[in-house]
Ligand binder design. Structure first.
Ligand code: GSH
Length: 205
C-alpha cells in the first residue's frame, strides 16, 4: 500500500497512527503541500480534493483519514469492536470528531500553535482561538462523560481513540488547558504513549 501524507498535518498523522496500529505494511510518500505537490495532476487522480492523507492499494484509491483507518483496520481484523452496537458506537465517535471536535481544534491551533503558524505562514489570532475554545468547552465535557471507568472510548483501544489524538494533542500543545477535563487529559496521555503514535508523530511532525 502507498500512503501519501504531508508534514505538520494532523489528518495525515491520524491515518499514519491507524496504519501503524493495524500492522499493515505500507510505503510512505511525503507530499510538499507548501510547494503544491498535492495539487499536481498525478495526485489529483488519487484525491480530487488535493488533500492529504490518501492511500493507494493496487487499483483502490482512498482518501479521508477515518476511511483509510477503517479500511486497514478491517483488512487486518483489528481496532474495530465486534458487535453491531460497538461498531455503531465507535462510528458515532468518528462522526463527532470529524463534524465537531476537529473543526474547533483546527481553528484553535491554526490561530495559536507556534510551529503551525510558522509552517503555514499564518499570524496568531487570539479572538479566533478564544471562539474555538468556547466551542471545545461544549464538546470536551461529552468526551469526559464517556470516560469514567474506562481507559478508552469503547473500553478496548479502537479507531475512536486514534481519531481524536492528533488534534487534541495539537490544541494542548497550543496551550489549551485540559485540566477542567482530567479524564480526557489522562486518556490523551494513554493514547499518545502508544508506540504507533510515536512512529506516526515522528513521520509527520
Ligand atoms: N477530512 C480530511 C481532512 C484532510 C485535510 O484537510 N488535510 C489537510 C492537511 S491536515 C490538507 O491536505 N490541506 C491542504 C489543502 O487543503 O490544500 C481527512 O480527515 O483526511
Amino acid at each position: 500500500m502507498d500512503f501519501y501524507y504531508g508534514r505538520i498535518s494532523g489528518n495525515s498523522s491520524r491515518a499514519a497512527f491507524g496504519l501503524y496500529e493495524s500492522g499493515a505494511p505500507f510505503v510512505p510518500h511525503l507530499l510538499d503541500t507548501r510547494a503544491g505537490e498535492n495539487k499536481a495532476a498525478t495526485y489529483l487522480a488519487v484525491n480530487p480534493m488535493g488533500k492529504v492523507p490518501a492511500l493507494v492499494d493496487g487499483e483502490f484509491r482512498l482518501w479521508e483519514s477515518n476511511a483509510i483507518n477503517l479500511y486497514v483496520a478491517e483488512k487486518q481484523g483489528r481496532l474495530i469492536p465486534n458487535s453491531p452496537e460497538g461498531r455503531a458506537s465507535m462510528m458515532r465517535w468518528l462522526f463527532f470528531q470529524a463534524s465537531h471536535v476537529t473543526p474547533a481544534c483546527v481553528q484553535y491551533f491554526r490561530a495559536s500553535h507556534a510551529r503551525v503558524l510558522e509552517h503555514y505562514g499564518l499570524a496568531a489570532d487570539p479572538p479566533a482561538a478564544e471562539a474555538a475554545h468556547k466551542e471545545l468547552s461544549r464538546y470536551l465535557p461529552v468526551l469526559e462523560a464517556a470516560l469514567p471507568g474506562r481507559d478508552f472510548l469503547e473500553g478496548a483501544f479502537s479507531l475512536a481513540d486514534i481519531a481524536y489524538a492528533p488534534h487534541l494533542w495539537l490544541v494542548r500543545e497550543s496551550g489549551l488547558d485540559l485540566s477542567p477535563w482530567p479524564l480526557v487529559s489522562a486518556w490523551l496521555d494513554r493514547t499518545l504513549a502508544r508506540p504507533a503514535w510515536q512512529k506516526a508523530a515522528a513521520l509527520i511532525f
